[in-house]
Design a protein around this ligand. Structure first.
Ligand code: ADP
Length: 450
C-alpha cells in the first residue's frame, strides 16, 4: 500500500480524501493556492505545498507545479478528487509516466468518456441504450435541421467536450435550432476550446439516474447501486438520493447488468458513474464520469463501502473487497449540496464564516471544509459542503434531513448559503412523495410548486 498520497484538489473533497487516507495509515500532501493557505485541507494534511496564485490555472490546474509538489514530498500516488484535473487524460498519463500512481481510471478511458460523442458511440457498441440523436458531431445547420426533423422537436444541442451543465441549448422549432446551434458552438469554443456539438431528443419529464461502478485490475466489477439526481438547477444537481424512488427492481437489474457488461468489455479500472435519463420506464445513457462524484456519499451510506478506500486499493493493484456484481443497499440516503450562494438570486456569495454549527446525531454526515473563522474565497466553486443523511426507510431519511437542516447554521460576513432553499424544498409534498423530475426544481423556483 502507498505510504503517502498527494491530493490534487481543495475544499470538501480534499478533506474527504484525506480522512480515508488517514484511516488507512497513509500520509497526505495537500497542495493549495495562496488564497487557500488557511483552508481545512491544508490544516489537516500531513504536509502541504503552496503551488501558486489564486486563479485555478496557476494552481489547481497547473500540472508541472502539482507534479513537482509530488516529487519534492516523495508522494507515491495522486488522488485528483473531482473537477480540476480529475478528468484530464493528459494529467493521468504524465502522472503515470513520471512514476506516480494516478488514483483513477486508465487515461484511454478518461479520454473516450471526456468526449461525449465518443462516449455515446462506445457504450452503444456494448448494448447500452442511448437517446435518439445525431450520433456524431454536426457538420452544419442543414444536418442539424435534418436530424431534428427525423427525431422530432424539442431537441437539445450539446457540446462534445461539455461539462458542468455548460454548452447545452434546447430548441422547440427549426428557427430556434438555427440560433441554438450557433450559440452552443460559440459557448463550447469559449468554455472548452472545442466547438463540436451534437444533437439529442430533448426529454420533457425524465429523471436523472446514475449508476456507481467500481472495478479492479483483476477483472472484478462491482455495481454499487443507482443515485437519483433529478433535483437540478441549470443542469446542476442540488439534491441526490439512493435508492431512486422511481426505479423498480426489475428495471434496476436490467440496467445494472448492461452497465457491468460495458465495464468488463472496456476493462475499466477504478470508480466511475454511468449517467442516464429515465423516462416512461426506459433508460437512456447521457454520459460517463470517470472519477469520484460529488454525490458519492449517499452510496457509501447505504452500502457501507468507502469508495475512496476502494479507489486507493484498486489503484495499488489490490482486488476489490466487495467483488459482488451488485451490492444490496441498506436503507435510504439523501444528500443536500450546501453552496455559498444567494438562495434567491443564485449568485455566488462567498465571505467569512463567523458562526458555524454542523448538525449531528443518528444517521447524519457532514462533508465540509468550513470552520468558524474560515473565509470562503471567491475564486472557486460555490460548493462548501454536503449534508448527507441515512435512514432505515425513505421516510426516516427525509425526517432526519428536515431535522438536520433545521440545526444547520452557517452565518457570517457576506456569506449566504442555500440552506434556506433546501429547507423549503424538502418540505414540499412532491419531495415527500419522491415525485419529481429534472425540470421540477426550475418549475418550483418560478411557480412555488415542485
Ligand atoms: P454535463 O456534463 O454538462 O453535466 P450532462 O450530459 O450530464 O451534461 O447533462 C446534465 C443534465 O442536463 C442532465 O442531468 C439533464 O438534466 C440535462 N439533459 C442532458 N441531456 C438531456 C436531454 N437529452 N433531454 C433533457 N435533458 C437533458
Amino acid at each position: 500500500m502507498f505510504k503517502k498520497i498527494l491530493i490534487a484538489n481543495r475544499g470538501e473533497i480534499a478533506v474527504r480524501i484525506h480522512r480515508t487516507c488517514r484511516e488507512m495509515g497513509i500520509a497526505t500532501v495537500a497542495v493549495h493556492s495562496e488564497a487557500d493557505a488557511t483552508s481545512l485541507h491544508v490544516k489537516l494534511a500531513t504536509e502541504s505545498v503552496c503551488i501558486g496564485a489564486n486563479a485555478a490555472k496557476d494552481s489547481y490546474l497547473n500540472i508541472p507545479r502539482i507534479l513537482s509538489a509530488a516529487e519534492v514530498t516523495d508522494a507515491e500516488a495522486i488522488h485528483p478528487g473531482y473537477g480540476f484535473l480529475a478528468e484530464n487524460a493528459k494529467f493521468a498519463e504524465i502522472t503515470g509516466k513520471l512514476g506516480f500512481t494516478f488514483i483513477g481510471p486508465k487515461p484511454e478511458h478518461i479520454r473516450i468518456m471526456g468526449d461525449k460523442i465518443e462516449a455515446i458511440r462506445t457504450v452503444k457498441q456494448y448494448g447500452i441504450p442511448t437517446i435518439p440523436g445525431s450520433g456524431g458531431a454536426l457538420s452544419d445547420v442543414e444536418e442539424a435541421l435534418e436530424v431534428a426533423e427525423r427525431i422530432g422537436y424539442p431537441v437539445i444541442v450539446k457540446a462534445a467536450a461539455g461539462g458542468g451543465g455548460k454548452g447545452m441549448k434546447v430548441a422547440h422549432s427549426a428557427t430556434a435550432l438555427r440560433n441554438a446551434l450557433h450559440i452552443a458552438m460559440s459557448e463550447a469554443q469559449a468554455n472548452f476550446g472545442d466547438n463540436r456539438v451534437y444533437l439529442e431528443k430533448f426529454l420533457e419529464t425524465p429523471r436523472h439516474i446514475e449508476v456507481q461502478v467500481l472495478c479492479d485490475s483483476h477483472g472484478n466489477v462491482s455495481i454499487l447501486g443507482e443515485r437519483d439526481c433529478s433535483l437540478q438547477r441549470r443542469h446542476q444537481k442540488i439534491i441526490e438520493e439512493t435508492p431512486s424512488p422511481a426505479v423498480t427492481d426489475a428495471q434496476r437489474e436490467k440496467l445494472f447488468a448492461a452497465v457491468a457488461n460495458a465495464c468488463s468489455q472496456m476493462g475499466y479500472l477504478g470508480a466511475g458513474t454511468f449517467e442516464f435519463l429515465y423516462e416512461k420506464g426506459e433508460f437512456y445513457f447521457i454520459e460517463m464520469n470517470t472519477r469520484l462524484q460529488v454525490e458519492h456519499p449517499v452510496t457509501e451510506m447505504v452500502t457501507g463501502i468507502d469508495i475512496v478506500a476502494e479507489q486507493i486499493r484498486v489503484a495499488a493493484g489490490l482486488p476489490l473487497r466487495y467483488p459482488l456484481l451488485s451490492v444490496t443497499p441498506r436503507g435510504h440516503s439523501i444528500e443536500c449540496r450546501i453552496n455559498a450562494e444567494d438562495p434567491d438570486k443564485f449568485i455566488p456569495s462567498p465571505g467569512k464564516v463567523t458562526e458555524y454549527f454542523a448538525p449531528g446525531g443518528p444517521g447524519v454526515r457532514v462533508d465540509s471544509m468550513i470552520y468558524p473563522g474560515y473565509t470562503v474565497p471567491p475564486y472557486y466553486d460555490a460548493t462548501v459542503g454536503k449534508l448527507i443523511v441515512h435512514g432505515a426507510t425513505r421516510e426516516e431519511a427525509v425526517a432526519r434531513l428536515k431535522r438536520a437542516l433545521e440545526e444547520f447554521v452557517v452565518n457570517g460576513e457576506g456569506i449566504k448559503t442555500n440552506i434556506a432553499l433546501h429547507r423549503k424544498l424538502v418540505a414540499t409534498n412532491a419531495f415527500l412523495k419522491g415525485d419529481y423530475n429534472i425540470h421540477s426544481l426550475e418549475h418550483y423556483l418560478t411557480t412555488g410548486r415542485l
